[in-house]
Design a binder for this molecule. Sequence first.
Ligand code: 6GU
Length: 242
Amino acid sequence: MRIDVVTIFPDYFTPLTLSLLGKASASGLIEVCVHDLRTFTHDRHNTVDDSPYGGGPGMVMSPIPWGEALDAIAAKEKTLRPVLVVPTPSGAVFDQRAAQAWTADPWLVFACGRYEGIDARVAQHYAKSSEWAGVREVGIGDYVLAGGEAATLVIVEAIARLLPGVVGNEASVTDDSFAAGSMAQLVEGPVFTKPQEWRGLAVPEVLLSGHHGQIATWRAEQARLRTAQVRPELAADGQMDH
Ligand code: 6GU
């Protein structure tokens, strides 16, 4: 999968060179390229923002450097069409289902907005461009961040770890909380490792029993209990009780 990121803070993306994502890049499973939006400006101060039409607080990102940056990126590859991803708290929530679906896209371009956001005509323009595969405006939760950078890191990590070969143990991905194909939306229950007793706390007996069926049943019950406790709004809650 090819991933381009456009931002006024390229340094924000050094985490993409570390750990799981760093290895995925080194092995060619993902190809990440980070671009500085200011290199697509032409004035002395590398201006990327302007005051909002209609008034109000804050500044809006100009469509002009965005158009130049995104056109330049799309022009580098003639055989693939990129999807433009615009992280914004005004977007639909990016969840595990979206992460799984987006693993099928060969090329994602992330446009990281700052200030009050990017001039809306950028998303409009690329949504109707035949050289692009579409525009997706997404948020990562019900809170407001200072810009799209942190959300982009979250989204890239959520997708990349689902790509075949990125995570060593495939089962650790399919067993995830929220993993597609699980009967219900559940968070996972508690996990334990050695020692068998630590500071007076014992590992639950069933996990030492070697009875795989009983262990699976116990884990499913723990997931159900924890989900009911911390995420009562999730669809699974209650339904499996009747
Ligand atoms: Cl994608 N961007 C910003 N600025 N805030 C957010 C968000 C995105 N998702 C949740 N809050």
